[in-house]
Every structure is written in structure tokens, then in C-alpha cells.
Design a binder for this molecule. Structure first.
Ligand code: SD4
Length: 333
């Protein structure tokens, strides 16, 4: 419930300026605009953790890992794992809302500083999908395993099978079945995929993304979250990005890859996230009916985030302080 809480947009304009100001852009502008005092130069710090939505426990876990000299990869795996094990969260791992047929099916991926990637799609009965994704990356010659094969592989790696459909999620599904209307809803629990990006003390980046996907999806549906470049992309030379919201729209615009490439070309994380949202709303006249949110970080530790609608927020720990920051958004009408 806590993540569903509507978050008021306070001090947003100042935040957007501060968090959106890329150090790259700042450096470029130091001699002109900054010296005139128009562009604030923020102190950037690493290590850091950022994640989609209000996920304090997960963000803190990742931060703890970084404090114990863990890598960014360990941090995102363990941080995301907190939400996967949380039966109350109905959009990730255990307790995730099922598809139309009542099956909880998970999608997850992970990407490391070398650009290696592993993913599982349509995984059932194993709550720690992100850890299975890591095993796919590290223990197999492949990058994606799906369905039964992913489950068999997980079991072979020592993961325990369990029923992921909690009573609460079963009840919600049964209530949904009465009308059986499939309609993505803005900012409810089914937009609570956790996407997490971390930079460790060596300045190396990794990211993870894990979800039970859109509630009441068609059987077999896979979203953006486990797909490289869509739900997540990391390039250790540039930065990383991750997505939440209506996966079909993120997939069609390869959103996370787009953001990283825009940062490579010199855009700040904030500018890059805004452009990626801009691509979606430009192409899809129905953008008022669905939500997409992005968070991005560059190598310097500058953070940006943006969504189509109000209500998206980002969790962040930099310098040891947790913050849940409301996102600026496109649809102001
Ligand atoms: C998906 N992007 O499966 C995911 C859903 C999501 O919070 O973000 N849920 O399309």
C-alpha cells in the first residue's frame, strides 16, 4: 500500500533543475552559463542507488551492500530481492498479481558493468527472478530463459519452488474476473515494477529490473522489464536507465537504450528521460490512458527521472540519505 500512496509534487521545479543538471552538461556550460550563475552545479556523489517508486527497504538493502564493499551488481540483486520476497507488494515476486488465468508469471533481468546481461521471462513458482536472471548471465551460454526451461534451470541451481499466488492476490484476481476488463490503470499497484540502478565505490554501474508484469495480462505475455534496452540498459562508460509502466510502449521505443544513447550524445539524465517519454507521447495519441516512468543515472552520479503522468516517484540513496522524490511529468492538462 505504501507505494501506492499518492505523492504530492513539492518543490518539484527546484528538484527537477537540481537532479536534472548533468555534470557533463555542467562542465560544458561552466564557462558560459554556469559562470553567469544560471545553471546550478550540484555536488555529485557515488556510491549511489536509485530505484523506481517508493521502495525504501529495497534501496536501503542495496545501499548496505555497497557500504560493505559489495559490487553494484550484488547491490541491485539483493535490493530487488527485498521486493520479490515481500508478499504485500502485488507487482513483484511473491504475491504478484496473476495473469487472467490466475498464474503468477515473473519477468526479470540484470546487467553488469561489462555489459553482460541475463533474464528470465514467464518464470513461475520461483520468487527471486532477479537471482535466476543473474544465474542465467553467469552460468549459461545464453541471455534469456523462458517459462518451464527457466523454472527447471532455477531448480537445478538450488532455487525452491513455491506457490506465489497469495490469498490477497487470489482474491483480487477473483474480483477482477467478475468483469474481466483488461485496462492498464495509471499509478496503481500494477505499475510497481522495481527497476534499480547502482554505482559502487569504484564508479562501476549495474542494474536490475523485476516484475510480475501487468496484472491480468494474457497468458504468455512478456513485458519490457526483462528485455535488454527496454526495461533496463547499462553502459558502464555512460550510465544506465530503467523503466516502469506500460511495457508495450517501452518496448516499442526501446526506452532504456534510447536514454543511455542520448546521454552518450551529451544529454543529461533528465533531458534523456524527457526525450524518451516525448517519443512515446508523440507516437501514441492514447498516452492519457497509460503511465510510463523512467529513471536514469550517468557515470558522474547525476540522476534524472520523468513520467507521462503525475504519481511516479523515485527512491534514492546518495551520501547515505534515503529520499523518495516525486517525478515531474508530461501530462499537465
Ligand atoms: C510490464 N513494465 O510488465 C511492466 C509493468 C510495470 O509496475 O512496470 N509494473 O509492462
Amino acid at each position: 500500500m505504501k507505494r501506492r500512496k499518492f505523492i504530492q509534487r513539492t518543490s518539484l521545479s527546484s528538484l527537477a533543475v537540481v537532479t536534472g543538471a548533468s555534470a557533463l552538461a555542467c562542465k560544458e556550460n561552466e564557462t558560459n552559463k554556469a559562470s553567469e550563475g544560471t545553471i546550478p552545479i550540484t555536488p555529485h556523489s557515488i556510491p549511489l542507488v536509485v530505484a523506481t517508486w517508493n521502495v525504501k527497504d529495497a534501496t536501503q538493502k542495496a545501499w548496505e551492500v555497497l557500504q560493505k564493499e559489495g559490487t553494484a551488481l550484488d547491490a541491485v540483486e539483493q535490493g530487488c530481492g527485498i521486493e520479490e520476497a515481500n508478499a504485500e507488494g502485488q507487482s513483484v515476486g511473491l504475491g504478484g498479481l496473476p495473469d487472467r488465468d490466475g498464474n503468477v508469471t515473473l519477468d526479470a533481468c540484470i546487467m553488469n558493468k561489462e555489459g553482460h546481461y541475463g533474464a528470465v521471462v514467464y518464470l513461475q513458482h520461483i520468487k527471486h527472478a532477479i537471482s535466476v536472471a543473474r544465474k542465467v548471465m553467469e552460468e549459461t551460454p545464453h541471455v534469456i530463459l523462458a517459462g518451464k526451461g527457466a523454472e527447471q534451470f532455477a531448480v537445478s541451481q538450488g532455487f525452491q519452488k513455491e506457490n506465489l499466488l497469495t490469498e490477497a492476490s487470489k482474491k483480487a484476481w477473483e474480483a477482477w474476473k467478475i468483469k474481466s476488463e483488461y485496462q492498464p490503470i495509471i499509478n496503481i499497484e500494477n505499475h510497481d515494477t522495481i527497476g534499480m540502478l547502482a554505482i559502487d565505490k569504484n564508479g562501476d554501474l549495474s542494474g536490475g529490473c523485476t516484475t510480475s508484469g501487468l496484472a491480468y495480462k494474457m497468458a504468455g505475455r512478456v513485458g519490457d522489464s526483462p528485455i535488454i534496452g527496454s526495461g533496463l540498459f547499462i553502459d558502464n562508460e555512460v550510465g544506465g536507465a530503467t523503466a516502469t509502466g506500460l511495457g508495450e510502449e517501452v518496448l516499442k521505443t526501446v526506452g532504456s537504450f534510447l536514454i543511455v544513447e542520448l546521454m552518450r550524445q551529451g544529454k543529461s539524465p533528465q533531458e534523456a528521460c524527457e526525450e524518451a517519454i516525448g517519443r512515446i507521447v508523440k507516437k501514441n495519441p492514447h498516452f492519457k490512458e497509460f503511465q510510463v516512468g523512467y529513471v536514469a543515472v550517468n557515470k558522474n552520479g547525476d540522476i534524472g527521472f520523468y513520467s507521462i503522468h503525475e504519481g511516479f516517484s523515485v527512491s534514492k540513496i546518495q551520501d547515505g540519505t534515503f529520499e523518495n522524490i516525486p517525478s515531474d511529468y508530461f501530462n499537465k492538462s
